[in-house]
Design a protein around this ligand. Structure first.
Ligand SMILES: Nc1nc2c(c(=O)[nH]1)N[C@H]1C(S)=C(S)[C@@H](COP(=O)(O)O)O[C@H]1N2
Ligand SMILES: [Mo]
Length: 184
């Protein structure tokens, strides 16, 4: 009898977990997504593994090519420089290719991976001297997982300490599934 009860309880638990898994996938929390980090080595990371790496946080604010701004928002993610390090690191002449499911590709040079060499703008879209910037692969926007609509579960975001610095949206790669160090 005890045995039957415990099996029923187990079945109920599996069912509950299954249902939760399904509802959470809508938020991007539990969805299956792999990130390939390639260079000297090649590794495939799950979202959980990515979340376990040292995290960086800051404000991100972008402008699209047609002049529409989005943000500022708080973002949390992993430094692209740290990911590049997993694949052997970036030297002066290396490039980091960040690509996405839809075929979009953006190339960052070594300076950019370290947060240098980006154009920055104020809220009137006037160019301003760049404050310290960091390039992260973000998995969280305003404290919750990035939705697919927002470019999640993984999106490149250029972050700063203050909420009033705008960067070009073209480098904010959405739906990132590959980060690759190219040696030249
Ligand atoms: N994967 C992917 N990322 C992308 C793009 C794209 O077409 N595919 N467009 C880029 C460009 S040119 C801009 S301006 C922004 C637009 O971001 P939004 O769609 O969140 O407004 O996303 C960038 N990231
Ligand atoms: Mo754009």
């Amino acid at each position: 009898m005890l045995r039957i009860v415990s099996i029923l309880l187990l079945a109920a638990a599996v069912c509950i977990c299954g249902c939760m898994g399904a509802s959470e996938s809508g938020t991007g929390e539990q969805i299956a997504w792999n990130l390939t980090v390639a260079g000297d080595t090649e590794e495939v990371l799950t979202l959980a593994e990515l979340r376990a790496l040292p995290a960086e946080e800051g404000y991100g604010y972008a402008v699209s090519t047609v002049g529409i701004t989005f943000g500022p928002n708080r973002y949390r993610g992993v430094l692209v420089a740290d990911l590049a390090l997993m694949a052997g690191g970036v030297d002066e002449n290396d490039l980091v290719y960040v690509s996405a499911e839809d075929g979009y590709l953006w190339v960052f040079d070594t300076d950019q991976v370290r947060g240098k060499g980006f154009f920055t703008f104020d809220e009137n879209l006037r160019e301003i001297p760049a404050p310290p910037l960091r390039v992260i692969l973000a998995y969280e926007q305003d404290g919750r997982p990035l939705t697919y609509e927002e470019g999640g579960p993984l999106r490149i975001v250029i972050i700063t300490e203050s909420p009033d610095v705008i960067t070009e949206g073209s480098s904010w790669v959405k739906w990132v599934d590959r980060v690759e160090v190219h040696r030249r």
